[in-house]
Design a protein around this ligand. Structure first.
Ligand SMILES: Cc1cc2nc3c(=O)[nH]c(=O)nc-3n(C[C@H](O)[C@H](O)[C@H](O)COP(=O)(O)O)c2cc1C
Length: 385
């Protein structure tokens, strides 16, 4: 089947991956209502195109946190990326760079900050604050030394969300050998062959830390034990004092927190509910966005993360005040379907869709998209009026 859009890439990923692995990427918390709304709420917003505009020359370049992206997409941090497709984080970072986008590397990556930054200079780094403050400091310093211009601190994971698909599948490392899992993994020999013939997967950034360097299952146990995290507003100044670049907070939905982030000295916030994987019932980022932008009062930049599956969604987010957007699962589908080329294909699809949308909307330059291009100024929800 020809791959025309992100849903086609998702179907291709589903064919390649054992069910528990596909479900880990594709799933979300509990009934997955929040994940569904992240996407559905984009379709609530309708364009109001302007006619007879000269659209011969179009640009989708944006400037975010002092950096110009010719494709306005930051690939969201995802843990264990090397598990899902060939080349892992380095493949993703390279494809992003080649497209003029950027990759934000997760703390729990399977390749080190240094290796990924060497392969694709300019990557951003996502921080999961560790219980051990010294280890947290070390991760921030390593990201700074590796030349990452942005540190993205994830703030919506005080505890791990309940993901029913993963619990039902017994998603674990090594996989639990139930009859169902023997079937799921046994029917995907290509996946098993890749794992068997690639360097051993682990939490690469922690290779020197006791508890993490004893194989994948011990490391997973250690990571779970470390999961309860205390992240407070006071720490923002501390991150800023250690990290030479910009500091942004990922996982903000409350307008009061947008104000607090600015007061605390952050450079930006990411409107995000972790792709619906954490607090089931949380509002969607696109719905929260106008309130966050208003509360930010231009003091900090706002990025939108979650639910984007079409180029038009990107345009809607920018029209409502996002400087750029982030996408997670779509590039993982691409990686699973075709490695680096699959991620490049995902970005090319989104670029093409953004371009068509800008042309038909009568808005040749993406940063000039504003609420006047949206019916009712993009506020279809009574609560927002
Ligand atoms: C498999 C997977 C792993 C993830 N791991 C992380 C992570 O390590 N750190 C983090 O801040 N967010 C993580 N996220 C959340 C993403 O960064 C992002 O918020 C989410 O995928 C956005 O929603 P989308 O998939 O609809 O684009 C993960 C998401 C997925 C799907």
């Amino acid at each position: 089947m020809a791959i025309l859009n992100i849903d086609d890439l998702r179907a291709a990923a589903r064919r390649r991956l054992p069910k528990p692995v596909f479900d880990y990427i594709d799933g979300a918390a509990m009934d997955e209502v929040t994940m569904g709304r992240n996407r559905a709420d984009f379709s609530e917003i309708r364009f109001q195109p302007k006619a007879l505009v000269d659209i011969a020359e179009r640009s989708q370049a944006v400037t975010v946190l002092g950096q110009t992206l010719t494709t306005p997409v930051i690939l969201s941090p995802t843990g264990l990326t090397g598990l899902y497709g060939p080349g892992g984080e380095i493949a993703v970072a390279r494809a992003a760079k080649a497209a003029g986008a950027v990759f934000c590397l997760s703390t729990v990556s399977t390749q080190t900050i240094e290796d990924v930054a060497a392969a694709a200079p300019g990557i951003w780094f996502q921080l999961y604050v560790q219980r051990d403050r010294g280890l947290t400091k070390e991760l921030i310093e390593r990201a700074g030394k590796a030349g990452c211009p942005v540190l993205m601190v994830t703030v919506d994971t005080a505890v791990q969300g309940r993901r029913d698909r993963d619990i039902r599948n017994g998603f674990a490392f090594p996989p639990k050998f139930t009859p169902a899992n023997i079937w799921h993994f046994g029917t995907k020999p290509g996946f098993l062959w890749r794992l068997a013939t690639s360097p051993k997967l682990g939490f690469a950034n922690f290779a020197h830390v006791p508890g993490y360097n004893m194989g994948f299952s011990a490391a997973t146990r250690q990571a779970n034990a470390d999961f309860v995290r205390k992240v407070t507003w006071d720490d923002v100044a501390w991150y800023k004092s250690i990290f030479p670049g910009k500091v942004v907070l990922k996982g903000i939905l409350h307008p009061d927190d947008a104000k607090r982030a600015a007061d605390a000295g952050a450079d930006g916030i990411v409107a995000s509910n972790h792709g619906g994987r954490q607090l089931e019932g949380a509002t969607s980022p696109i719905r929260a966005l106008p309130r966050l932008v208003e509360a930010a009062e231009g003091r900090i930049e706002v990025i939108l993360d979650g639910g984007i599956r079409r180029g038009g969604d990107v345009v809607k987010a920018v029209a409502l005040g996002a400087k750029a957007v982030m996408m997670g699962r779509p590039y993982l589908y691409g990686l699973a379907a075709g490695g680096e080329a699959g991620v490049a294909q995902m970005l090319s699809i989104v670029r093409g869709e953004i371009d068509t949308t800008l042309a038909l909307l009568g808005c040749p330059r993406l940063p000039e998209a504003d609420p006047t291009f949206l019916e009712d100024q993009g506020r279809p929800w009574p609560a927002n009026r």
